[in-house]
Design a protein around this ligand. Sequence first.
Ligand SMILES: Nc1ncnc2c1ncn2[C@@H]1O[C@H](COP(=O)(O)OP(=O)(O)OP(=O)(O)O)[C@@H](O)[C@H]1O
Ligand SMILES: [Mg+2]
Length: 314
Amino acid sequence: MTTAAQRDVHRFESVPAVREALAKVDYLADDGIAGIVYLADRLGKPVLVEGPAGTGKTQLAKSVAEITGSRLIRLQCYEGLDESKALYEWNYKKQLLRIQAERKDGATWEEVEDDIFSDDFLLTRPLLEAIRAEDPVVLLIDEVDRVEIETEALLLEVLSDFQVSIPELGTLTAKQVPLVFLTSNNTRELSEALKRRCLFLHLDYPDLEREREIVLAKVPGITEGLADQVARIVRSIRQLELKKPPSVSETLDWARTLLLLGVEQVDAAVATGTANILLKYQSDIAKATKELEQDASLGGEPAAGTSRPWQRNG
Ligand SMILES: Nc1ncnc2c1ncn2[C@@H]1O[C@H](COP(=O)(O)OP(=O)(O)OP(=O)(O)O)[C@@H](O)[C@H]1O
Ligand SMILES: [Mg+2]
């Protein structure tokens, strides 16, 4: 159970305060993102962050840890993840050694048992570590959609009551309500039970203005003009029907590439020559190349009657 006293300790004053603090560590949030982080703190609830790859889901948890001065504890999910890797495991080797030693000393089985199922023999994994932490922590349960639906049950006790039951030791309850972020790429539906326990945040590609700011923040030395052009071209490429639209990480890689190449202004030749940084499927590259070559704003020849969405007023 969470006591009122624990809930009274708030990390953030207001939604704008969250947004400003995140901006200081170069995470550009909108009010939707900042609002959910604020609520997660006030309500003591985990946040389920869902959205396409590379939209800043994992980074959000890392950045919140940074602004709250918390230790980040990360549980990376994968198919086959089980209790022994998520919660805790008994250190069998050490237990065996102790049994052998105590048998020699003539200890009774009861004495041995008491001894080997104690803290000294417990290997704590991320969920238990977060529950037992004395210092402020942010728990990141990354890519939760990769675990089987049965494994989700493991998370439920932790997420609703912030406690873990260990048969031999009893129930361990959190000393604080940690901030918890779960991320999902939505490769499968999560259980209703899990969703119910969380606040929901959908992280989509940022709008033009925010993506430009992200580029300016994350790519030192880039000019406003180039950052603006990068954000516009990426946005318009995302409007094509692609297998895998470019993510924010790819936008940043592209911006860094352009800077390295000494590009001041992107023209069609530069854009098509570096499209492989933004796109990872040959069919997508071909599609984008065709569009970029015809783009008048990049010095290309527009096909009659086609609009070029990355032109300022187009
Ligand atoms: N709002 C933002 N402000 C600053 N940087 C951002 C923002 N969104 C994304 N990024 C940057 O984009 C990159 C990808 O972010 P991240 O790894 O968090 O994506 P993700 O959503 O977890 O992707 P995946 O689903 O593939 O794990 C990082 O370098 C991150 O810093
Ligand atoms: Mg991630």
